[in-house]
Design a protein around this ligand. Structure first.
Ligand code: ADP
Ligand code: TRP
Length: 323
């Protein structure tokens, strides 16, 4: 069976854009798919920049809870946290010794920062090798990633091929599958929703705080009585993403008729978010309040992943002369 593997950055609580753009499609695909799917939280990559142990732990948990709350089936998908399978760091060493220095020096993720080299740690330089190990450790055939990760996949393939040239067919050379961005969820300021723009809606927040985020959506100053153009408004754009066709048509009417303010629309949007994600919100809370349960769910995946990891590492050690 073809093995599909991908990693998720653990950078905090996933927002509405992450849910609609990445989590939901992946969960749906994993239900329909007959592939052998591996999905992991890349929490060790975060160590290139995050120095707060509590943040490392919390971010990993929040990402795991969000995926589980959105219906990821841990029976179908091998779902684990990168740091729970430390074999990956051993493979990183062997692979690093097969990696030409210029290949890493030319990686965009490193090059972008090469004007401030004194701030760059070796981990950041080595990032693509850890990522190659993430993939090669599990004999992945296909790796779905965004465009920004294309170069890292090429590096992974080059490292695997170099290893195989030296030692025989030890590693599976993976194929990248570059995801076309299916949809772009706008943020509260109309730009792409992103944690780096501070414009997110976080549907896992308590209602009061989510309300504050919804109320902060930027609107124009058309007075309440006047008709409004729904297609120029961010509240409507977000509403449309989640509402039924009939409710979207009613909302469009409200805007065009006049006498309907942005405050009304925001209340409707908040209600829709709370309704749409009622179950996910509850599950997320449950998992975040019961960390033992959350750890237990992650342990199942780690065990499955570790079996595969150890078998690959045995092959690599043998090839290299360490067993
Ligand atoms: P952020 O921009 O908040 O840092 P990431 O780059 O970590 O988000 O993205 C994680 C995943 O979520 C990626 O698959 C990305 O394509 C998806 N994603 C992020 N923001 C959006 C958005 N506004 N609309 C749709 N998908 C998004
Ligand atoms: N570097 C990827 C990103 O920034 C995350 C990641 C780490 C990954 N290891 C991976 C993705 C292995 C695919 C396969 O999004």
């Amino acid at each position: 069976m073809t093995r599909v593997l991908t990693g998720i950055q653990s950078t905090g609580v996933p927002h509405l854009g992450n849910i609609l753009g990445a989590i939901r499609p992946a969960v749906q695909l994993s239900r329909a798919d007959k592939h052998d799917a591996f999905l992991f939280i890349a929490d060790m990559h975060a160590f290139t920049s995050v120095r707060d142990p509590q943040a490392i732990r919390e971010h990993g948990h929040a990402v795991a809870a969000a995926w589980l709350a959105c219906g990821l089936d841990v029976e179908r998908v091998t779902f684990y946290r990168q740091s729970d399978v430390p074999e990956v760091t051993e493979l990183t060493w062997y692979l690093g010794c097969m990696t030409p220095y210029p290949m890493l020096a030319n990686a965009h993720s490193f090059k972008d920062k090469s004007d401030r080299l004194s701030e760059v740690n070796a981990g950041l330089f080595y990032y693509p090798v850890l990522m190659a190990a993430d993939i090669l450790l599990y004999d992945a055939d296909i790796v779905p990633v965004g465009k920004d990760q294309k170069q890292h996949l090429e590096i992974t393939r080059d490292i695997a091929a170099a290893f195989n040239r030296q030692y025989g067919e030890v590693l599976v050379v993976p194929e990248a599958r570059i995801d076309a961005q299916v949809m772009i969820v706008p943020g509260t300021d109309g730009r792409k929703m992103s944690k780096s723009y501070d414009n997110v809606l976080n549907v896992f927040l308590p209602e009061k705080e989510l309300k504050k985020q919804v109320m902060s959506i930027v609107t124009d100053s058309t007075p309440l009585e006047e008709p409004k153009d729904p297609d120029k408004d961010h509240v409507f754009a977000l509403f449309k993403l989640l509402a039924s066709e009939a409710d979207t048509a009613t909302m469009r009417d409200n805007y065009e008729r006049g006498g309907y303010g942005y405050g009304h629309a925001k209340k409707e949007l908040l209600g829709l978010l709370l309704d749409t994600f009622a179950q996910e919100r509850q599950l997320f809370q449950e998992l975040m309040e019961d960390r033992d349960l959350l750890e237990e769910r992650l342990r199942v995946g780690a065990e499955k992943a570790r079996t595969v990891a150890q078998a690959t590492l045995r092959r690599v050690r043998q090839a290299g002369g360490y067993a």
